[in-house]
Design a protein around this ligand. Structure first.
Ligand code: FES
Ligand SMILES: [Fe+2]
Length: 368
């Protein structure tokens, strides 16, 4: 589906952010991830776990059910599953059929985030999660903080497109974090196996309005603005502002920050957007949290309005691409190649184990 080939909407074999770690607690947390209902919770020993959020009996949401110790008792007819997905109790019969189980997902807490793997078990590798060093989480003097989790009614790729093309900063965010130079300055790109980077180096450029307000400085500056896209759904941004070359204190850093955008497909046409950043002090973070809320609302507005247009049109005409779309197009191609590879591997391997289990379970009118 747009902007990918029909039937493709996001790679399956990749780590996505399921939640900020602080969101996972004793209570069951329901979240759709890659078109699957998932339940997240913390066991009594503090370990965060992720299990399938659909009861295999009659599809009741397990996230709306009850915790019994570290297990979940379905809120409909009381069938109970432990955190490893095993059915441990069926109120209406003493025997537990072998098909009664729910799926569990690898979940890794790293930094502010809990990362989930919903793809093929044999490809799951923790080394594929971006390291804290490579996303700028460990920069000395900067404090990381989780800001917002937003449910966005737009497909995940629309937000990836947004984050891969920061030329929108000077227009969609003209009153806050961008200036026309964000669009007019050419990008410097770099591609490696796990990420696509882009940087804009701006000299003697105006300061974006909210940075002026935060620093109290008026006048031209040198700025670096960039983003590292870690496939398939994590964007680590870098922002740095210095006094310009002809200033008496040239090179002095006025502000520096790292921002982190995690975009996780919820359904095929919606996503969960996690925004976090680091700042030089708690005061700076408090100020940023307030001033960035409307900025994120602008991105959400753009995404949801585009989603409305592309889902309502009978046919989506081809986009008229510009040079400034080069990074976004490259990002899309990488994701499409990941999805093509998954498709080829799946068809070579025949039906996956999930499909086999699903077909067994499909005989819903026969008691087991
Ligand atoms: S739907 Fe869960 S026990 Fe019946
Ligand atoms: Fe934006």
């Amino acid at each position: 589906m747009y902007p990918f080939t029909p039937g493709s909407y996001a790679p399956r074999n990749g780590w996505y952010v399921a939640a900020f770690t602080h969101e996972i607690g004793e209570a069951l947390l329901s979240r759709w991830i890659l078109n699957q209902p998932v339940v997240l919770y913390r066991k009594a020993d503090g370990t965060a776990v992720a299990v399938e959020g659909r009861c295999p009996h009659r599809h009741y949401p397990l996230g709306e059910s009850k915790r019994v110790g570290d297990a979940i008792q379905c809120g409909y007819h009381g069938i109970t599953f432990d955190w490893q997905g095993k059915c441990t109790f069926i109120p209406s019969q003493p025997s537990i059929p072998g098909v009664y189980s729910i799926r569990t997902y690898p979940l890794v807490e790293r930094g502010l985030w809990a990362w989930i793997w919903t793809g093929d078990a044999d490809k799951c590798d923790e080394a594929l999660i971006p390291t804290l060093d490579e996303i700028g989480y460990t920069v000395p003097g900067l404090i990381p903080a989780a800001f917002y989790t937003m449910q966005v009614k737009g497909r995940y790729q629309l937000l990836n497109d947004n984050l891969l093309d920061l030329s929108h900063l000077g227009y969609l965010h003209a009153s806050s974090i961008g200036t026309p130079d964000d669009a007019a300055t050419p990008e410097v790109r770099d591609l490696s196996e796990r990420r696509l980077s882009s940087r804009r180096y701006m000299h003697d450029t105006p300061m974006p309005p909210i940075h002026e307000a935060a620093t109290g400085y008026r006048g031209p500056v040198d700025r670096i603005s960039g983003m590292d896209f870690f496939f398939p759904g994590f964007h680590a941004g870098i922002g740095e502002t210095r006094l310009p070359r002809d200033h008496a204190e040239a090179g002095t850093v006025l502000r520096t920050s790292r921002v982190w955008h995690a975009v996780t497909p919820a359904t095929k046409t919606s996503c969960t957007y996690f925004f976090a950043m680091s700042g030089e002090s708690q005061d700076a973070l408090d100020h940023a949290k307030i001033s960035l809320e409307p900025v994120l609302a602008e991105d959400r507005f753009a995404t949801e309005e585009i989603e409305k247009i592309i889902t309502t049109l009978d046919e989506v005409p081809p986009e008229l691409m510009l040079k400034s779309d080069t990074t976004a197009v490259q990002g899309r191609r990488i994701l499409q190649a990941m999805m093509d590879r998954e498709k080829a591997e799946a068809s070579a391997a025949g039906e996956r184990a999930d499909a086999a289990v699903a077909s067994k379970r499909s005989k819903t009118d026969e008691p087991v």
